[in-house]
Write a new protein. Structure first.
Length: 435
């Protein structure tokens, strides 16, 4: 996580001051519940809330931790400095450090998910707008990087919209998966704390009580969360790769917006490079890099070890901050992407009608020619286009075996572009509904 690829809305979630504020709220709400149960005096619980406007001194907590070698104890010591040692003596009653750490982490991940969902909404809006704008903008579809059959730029945008919309649904599920808290004590048995405390704290923090915890919240939940971020990052890269291909000089069907005063190369003044989408490809790798460690965190010794802790201190902010930045960058790229319809048509016609080969193949079989013979007839004329630069339609019209089965008018009809776009509205209705 570096400032170059970070937005303050997300980095604020992971600031130490934010973490300590969440810790404080967890402890204060737990005191309220304990007081309601008669476990601690109500005046002590109320005294904890006298620190609600306090600014917790991160440097002071670090100073205490340098001695205690324990972050939660350092925080509790500092909290007592705010509310008084006697008033604070019931804070953390029956709790263990992971009750605070894990519940806080899930609050942070839940808040991060809310920002990421908003980011995806922004990207989805941009993809939908460009899809509708270019619904009928014909371009060549490619398989293996080679010309296949005509499609439209709108369908390309719609495909990415559908993929990202699936990602959004997965993220909503991941948010729900991670939105649990645990205030269950040393090994999760509630031996020293009533389950009602956990229920109260979770309700106040916007969480659900963990079904069953050990000393920690089960890490399969976190694995699912980070795996979802990894899938979204891969979808993001899928879009970026397509844009990078379209911006290649030999293709130039679209390109990233090039602003006034922008420079593409320190050596070559003519350059206009797809730097944003290349950057997004790299950022996607960073997000995916967090998935395997999250999976490996699932297996912990007995009721708990801390092998997961150092991992999560890194991957939680890194994955969410990076993906937040990347999604916002991608939304901007899509919003300003420059499209070149004329180049799309020119590219499609580069091999003079060759992309209509399947229509001719099917027409020959419909006319009574065996599939094997039909394939042979079409391919031998297609190879002349590849190898000699011939015109596919003219070669077909000059082939006696082809014209024995198809009339010139029937051959001509097979080169109608509208044939390939006749179901675009149907696909759009599937993707965007019938609005």
């Amino acid at each position: 996580m570096i400032p170059r690829y970070a937005r303050p809305e997300m980095t604020d979630i992971w600031e130490p001051a934010t973490k300590f504020r969440i810790w404080y709220e967890i402890e204060a709400h737990a005191c309220d519940a304990q007081a309601e149960l008669g476990v601690i005096p109500k005046e002590n619980a109320q005294a904890v809330w006298t620190a609600k406007d306090a600014v917790f001194d991160v440097a002071r907590i670090d100073e205490i931790e340098a001695v205690t070698k324990h972050d939660v104890i350092a925080f509790l010591t500092h909290l007592a400095e705010h509310v008084g040692a006697d008033q604070a003596r019931f804070v953390h009653q029956g709790m263990t450090s992971s009750d605070v750490l894990d519940t806080c982490l899930n609050v942070q991940l839940m808040r991060a998910a809310d920002l990421l969902i908003a980011d995806m909404d922004k990207l989805l809006a941009a993809l939908k707008r460009r899809a509708l704008e270019h619904k009928d903008t014909v371009r060549i579809g490619r398989s293996h990087g080679i010309h296949a059959e005509p499609t439209t730029m709108g369908l390309t945008f719609a495909r990415f919209y559908a993929e990202m919309e699936r990602g959004r649904r997965r993220l909503l599920a991941a948010r729900e998966e991670i939105a649990t808290g645990a205030i269950s004590g040393a090994v999760g048995t509630f031996a020293n704390i009533d389950p009602a405390v956990e229920e109260h704290v979770c309700r106040q923090m916007g969480l659900k009580p963990e079904t069953i915890s050990t000393q920690v919240i089960p890490r399969d939940r976190h694995a699912m969360f980070f795996a979802t971020l990894g899938v979204i990052a891969s979808s993001m890269e899928n879009i970026a790769i397509e844009i990078r291909h379209m911006q290649r000089t030999e293709v130039l069907e679209a390109e990233e917006f090039f602003s006034k005063g922008q420079k593409g190369s320190s050596a070559m003044p003519h350059k206009r490079n797809p730097v944003l989408t290349e950057n997004l490809t790299g950022l996607a790798r960073l997000v995916r890099m967090t998935v395997v460690p999250a999976m490996e965190n699932v297996a912990l010794w007995h009721e708990r070890d801390i092998s997961h802790s150092s991992v999560e201190r890194g991957i939680a902010p890194d994955a969410t901050v990076t993906l937040d930045f990347a999604l916002n960058r991608l939304a901007g790229v899509i919003d300003k992407l420059v499209i070149y319809p004329e180049n799309m048509l020119a590219n499609m016609n580069k091999f003079k009608g060759l992309v209509m080969s399947q229509r001719v193949l099917l027409a020959l079989t419909q006319a009574g020619v065996s599939r094997e013979d039909a394939y042979r007839l079409v391919q031998r004329n297609a190879m002349k286009v590849w190898e000699q630069g011939k015109d596919f339609k003219e070669e077909l019209l000059a082939d006696a075996e082809v014209t024995a089965a198809l009339s010139p008018a029937e051959i001509e009809e097979k080169f109608d572009l509208g044939y390939h776009t006749k179901h675009v509205d149907t696909i759009f209705a599937r993707v965007f509904g019938t609005e």
